[in-house]
Design a protein around this ligand. Sequence first.
Ligand code: C2E
Ligand code: CA
Ligand code: CA
Length: 852
Amino acid sequence: MSTALQSFEPPRSGSHARLARRSAWLVTALMLCLFLGASSVVTQVASTLNHDEIQRNKHLARTAGEAWLTNITFTLLDFAFWDEAYEHTHGKVDTAWTTQQAGMGRSLLSQYGLNAVFIVDARQVTRYAFVAGEFDDRQAPDWIKGDLSALLAQARAKAGQRAAVTGYFLVDGRPAVVAAAAIQPLSYTLTTPTSELAYLVFVDVLGPVSLQRMGSIYGLPNLRQGSAQSPVSLQLSDDPPVYLTWDIATPGATFLRMVLPLVLLTSLIFGGGVWLLLRRSIRAAEQIDRGREAMRLSEERFRDIAEGASDWIWETDATLRLTYLSSRFRTATGFDTSQWLGKPLHQCLNLSAGVFDTLASQPEGHRQVMPCAHTDAQGGQRLGSLHARAIRENGCVVGYRGTVSDVTEEAEAQARIAYLSGHDALTGLPNRGQAYRVLQARLADGTCTRAFAILFIDLSGFKQINDCLGHIAGDQVLVKVARRLGEALQTDDVLARLGGDEFLIITPRVAQECLSELCEGLLSDFTPPIVTAEHELRLGLCIGIAQAPVDSTDAEELLRLADIALYEAKGRGRHGWQLYNAEMKTRIHERRQLEQDLKHAIQHDEFTVVFQPRFDITGARILGAEALVRWQHPEKGLLSPAVFIPLAEETGLIVALSDIVMRRACALVATWPEPVFVSVNLSCIEFMRSDLVARIERTLAATGLPASRLEVEVTESVMIDNADGALALMVQLKKLGVKLSMDDFGTGYSSLSYLSCYPFDGIKIDRSFVMNLSDPKANNQAIVSAVVAMGKSLGMVVTAEGVETPEQLEVLATLGCDQAQGYLLGRPMPPDALATLLLAQHAVAAQTETSQ
Ligand code: C2E
Ligand code: CA
Ligand code: CA
């Protein structure tokens, strides 16, 4: 193939067919010439045959004529050279003798076939005439047309000799032979001068019968009198013109008739054969052309592909020596093809010499694919993918051919992708997937012999940083955290980022004291603030730890257990660590069970709502009531909201639960005397959701309670978690006419400054301030009075919660609180009980009004 490729010259398309067609025309013309030539020769031969026949016939006719003349001459001489004849005709013709003795009458005519006998004297006067068996008194020239006197003159000239003269004449328009001789003695010498001799004239008219007879003797069929116009004729005399004609045989025509069809037939057969042959050769030539054209296109296609492909094509002999390299080789390797042609392929591609040995035993068409590598002209290492097939001739392997694709970039990209898919782009640490794979590898690597621990780390306060300072600051913090965590590690430890603010450390340090040392070290590392370009930020670190193989030998399970431990750690504060233990699992299990029960309870309405009245600060009058939920658990009995509200919040079930409480509370309060209001507690989770306003609106519409009689209590965490969103929701609720109060004021991180930013109608001072109101060390009175002052200045109603003693109520009244709520005044109670209280209060009020 190599030589074919390198020296390939594309033939002109259609050249064979054109040549064949041209040759066909030539052969056809040649055949036509041959045919014409043969025809012409045949015609020529025929014409010669005809001509020869005519000449022969003419000769025969002439011979016949001459024989006839000779015949008549001899007869005439017998009668003219006769002593008695001379004596009986000289001077005066003895007619009787002539006719009877001499026999020159009827018998002469019939015996010799003559037509007339004349005896003419020296003065050319006819003395005796016997014509057609009768005596005739006509002069000879009257009957014989032609120059008879000239003939007689010739006869006179020959008198004295034994000779006669003959000539052709016309008698009654028919040719006639006229013979004349002077009548003279035979046995003695003439005494009279020749000029006085009489002449004997014989006339033989060539009538049809005579001519037929003559013709049959000489082989001249149908011999007859002719004319100048006859196709074949013999002119016996010019004057008068005497012609003979006969039916001429035309051997040429016969020859033509016989040979021409043969020539034609032969030409047709030969021509047909040649035509078929030519047609086949033209077809064959066309096929060759088509084949060559297809080959040319195929070659062209191959060349285009070979030159355009990113792969390079190679071919070797059976000993792996390169016999062909496509031009792409140069681009791919930087080497000229001539530098490698003739050298072994396996050297070029760093393969073993027996690399294709197995190919020979494989079935034909089998392809071998394998990785290869080579050094390019600049010394760079390139990776390739080699495809090879054996070239076979008569079943024997005579070489190999194939391609090499450069996969260096692809391999690098794959390595990069593999790296990226296993690493976190921000911190460069292994990601969750990679951590999981490491865990699995560690677990598979001698489960029981090599123990290790995993530390599940969560950053406390990171969410606020992200929310308040933005993601860029958040990212910067994460990078610093990753670095700080990494600094605490030893070589065997693996640090990964699981996502968000969650990290994982895999460490072989499993001894209790080692783990304790590691965790404490990490916690103390995070005590100093993290400093970014603009901020100094304090982060807490919560760590949950699980150990393999003691806790589990399953990667997923280990992560889950560490997460449980982390949850416990978080539950105990924002900075601490916790080893996993089996009780946690039980707790988690219980929690999960409770979650199931909670779902069931929502579906089957196992909740009741109790109401705790809110009084004016004198404690004399109920102004409203706070709706507090209770769960009548089928096994555990009545459950406090403190048990299940956090779970409902975590699981998102709080929304459904809240709907139940709100709907029931509003429906009940709508039946109570005005203007008694109801306050419901809303979880901060609900404040995260934009459908809160719509939900409240729907509830009000469904229960018919005026919005002014509904108050919602929210804790400070609502503002901390979602400051802007919370404000927008509050504004919308205010528009609806619903009242807002801040619950558990003083327990969160918030300050009084919050109050001015949000549209609250009231503040509920937390029970913890009321509890130790009389304790001078706690300084609670000062705080309460500050809150009251602040609330008042903002036009808010200040309520004290958890009032248990009359003293507390008194102090709160003196401090300026507006309303009070607590066991002293009324415990949370079923709606009926509160309704009874309200009715009684209503009745008293009505009575007082009437008594006044
Ligand atoms: P909270 O909003 O501060 O409700 C007042 C809690 O203090 C009630 O406990 C109430 O029984 C109790 N309490 C009232 N007066 C006194 C007193 O003089 N002394 C003492 N020691 N306690 C008093 P409860 O009903 O167990 O509710 C606990 C918390 O559960 C509530 O605190 C509230 O935050 C939440 N909660 C109750 N019901 C719901 C609800 O329907 N939705 C939501 N989101 N949270 C609710
Ligand atoms: Ca409350
Ligand atoms: Ca409260």
